[in-house]
Design a protein around this ligand. Structure first.
Ligand code: Z5A
Length: 207
């Protein structure tokens, strides 16, 4: 049940090109139209420091080592939670975030094989253990996702198919582990059909 004192934290997750940003934006518009105070944000890159981190983590210009990549995403999240997410939740708002900790688990744990206990500890340190209330996971065939992205590829998007297959399966494992929080959406359906599903689940949780 949505409490005005606590706010409500919704995240959108999935592989690149899965359609999550489109749906997150549409949901934010719908929530605002219905009178909910709602903030849209994303990772990485939603704060002044985060914008710099985003360049370092994703630009093809740099090639951070694995440990550096992990810590860059954590630094972005620490600043993001401290300056954007937590203050807005504390004001009782709905925060809709495009990517959060499940992306770390899917890309760095399942994709890059980083130790999960370390990732959870780093997340808890960075965020004082802030986890979403509701998560939408958009599942989509890799070929369809790549077709949607086209030729514009950042550093992460240049990884090979096996990497993205591990990431996709990782997201599905997370959904299996947290069925109450994570709603899996078939990303191959059309935009309107998916939006109806997203709205149904969201307004059900808020009521
Ligand atoms: N990363 C990480 O490794 N660890 C972390 O902890 C975090 C992130 C937080 C961020 O990428 C990268 O950082 C990401 C993971 C890593 N990289 N990889 N690889 P980003 O922020 O640059 O972008 P993104 O989040 O991966 O994707 P995106 O550009 O926001 O796209 P999207 O959300 O997946 O999809 P979209 O923009 O909504 O749609 C893509 C296109 O498909 C667009 O033209 C739409 O009009 C179209 N579309 C959308 N829905 C549909 C449907 N249903 N049918 C047909 N066409 C559609």
């Amino acid at each position: 049940m949505f409490s005005l004192e606590k706010g409500y934290f919704i995240t959108f997750e999935g592989i690149d090109g899965c359609g999550k940003s489109t749906q997150a934006n549409n949901l934010v518009r719908s929530l605002k139209n219905k009178g909910y105070e709602t903030v849209f944000t994303r990772e990485p890159g939603a704060t002044v420091i985060g914008k710099e981190v985003r360049k370092l983590a994703l630009s093809n210009q740099f090639d951070p080592c694995l440990e550096c990549e992990v810590l860059l995403f954590q630094a972005d999240r620490a600043e993001h939670v401290s300056k954007v997410i937590r203050p807005n939740l504390e004001e009782g708002k709905i925060v809709v975030c495009d990517r959060y900790f499940d992306s770390t688990l899917a890309y760095q744990r399942y994709g890059r094989n980083v130790n999960v206990d370390f990732l959870v500890q780093a997340h808890d340190f960075s965020t004082r253990s802030l986890y979403p209330d509701l998560t939408f996971l958009f599942d989509l065939d890799l070929e369809v996702a790549f077709e949607r992205i086209g030729d514009r590829r950042d550093r992460m998007e240049n990884e090979d198919l096996e990497f993205f297959e591990r990431v996709r399966q990782g997201f599905l494992e997370i959904a299996k582990a947290y069925p109450q929080r994570v709603k899996v959406i078939d990303g191959s359906k059309n935009i309107e059909e998916i939006f109806r599903e997203v709205c149904l689940s969201t307004y059900d949780c808020l009521s």
